[in-house]
Design a protein around this ligand. Sequence first.
Ligand SMILES: C[S@@+](CC[C@H](N)C(=O)[O-])C[C@H]1O[C@@H](n2cnc3c(N)ncnc32)[C@H](O)[C@@H]1O
Length: 299
Amino acid sequence: MKAGDILTISSGNLKKKNKVSKADLKVVEKEEVLTKPYNDINLKKWKEYDHILTGTLWEFPARMKEHGHSNDYHGNYIPQIAEQLYERFTKKHDIVLDLFFGSGTSGIEAINMNRRCIGVELKQELCDYVSEKFTPKQLVTDVNIICGDSASESVLDKIQARLEIMGAQKAQFLMLHPPYDDIIKFSDKKEDLSNCSSTEEFYDLFEKVARNGFEKLEKGRFAALIIGDKYAKGQYYPLSFGCMERMNRAGFITKAVIVKDIQGNERAKGKNAQLWRYRALYGGFYIFKHEYIMVFQKP
Ligand SMILES: C[S@@+](CC[C@H](N)C(=O)[O-])C[C@H]1O[C@@H](n2cnc3c(N)ncnc32)[C@H](O)[C@@H]1O
């Protein structure tokens, strides 16, 4: 036996004999644990984490629809993204701050994975609808929903108040899944990033959100941006790299650019797919089969 080893005694044998013989003593190796400060992955057992993706191409054959998730909102991200990112960049009980909460995918997955979440969403009716997905207790202890404008200065105090209710000063992970400019129009509100008069204005508003996220994120922690590009007026707009640049301006360093196959969460199939193929051939462009997940860190 080495120092640090733990002795255990089989209780069944103890009851039978009420006397401990040498054979009843089992030596159990003390588990060696090596973790980073921002996750619970035991690097001593890194070969056991086969399910964690480490490559830059993510393909999921289908959207996860179990465990509280449903495809009830046009423009929601697939839960497997949160699953991957939370395990890699958060610890149990950490707080995820999502500044474009939408239908609450980040919150649902936070509950599933024993994390917590603060979500900010602009549309009141959506906030009310999403609140129904959580129990009253969860809405106090685990998931806090703020109805507000993530680009505004006033949202900072609201986030701070919720952090303090949850016993924290800062969030430990930032999730950003903004509108992809005006591809899907989410509302008529002037604060809505999908309602900007130009892509430049979209970038400016996005940068304000990124700065708010930076402010409320703990130093050394990570942020993810989920975004796709767009075509307009016969031209390609790299929204992903435009927003990446604004994340950098806000103070984040870029850690990874992941390409995610979107065919698993595509709605348009059959006839529509053929129509797009015709349009692509006619217009001289290519049909999007991917979007991006960009990972950043607050230095
Ligand atoms: C792409 S969706 C997010 C979907 C979400 N990740 C989900 O899985 O359901 C973008 C969301 O951002 C919201 N939004 C747009 N501008 C906003 C703003 N200034 N502040 C807060 N939310 C905003 C929209 O109403 C929309 O629900």
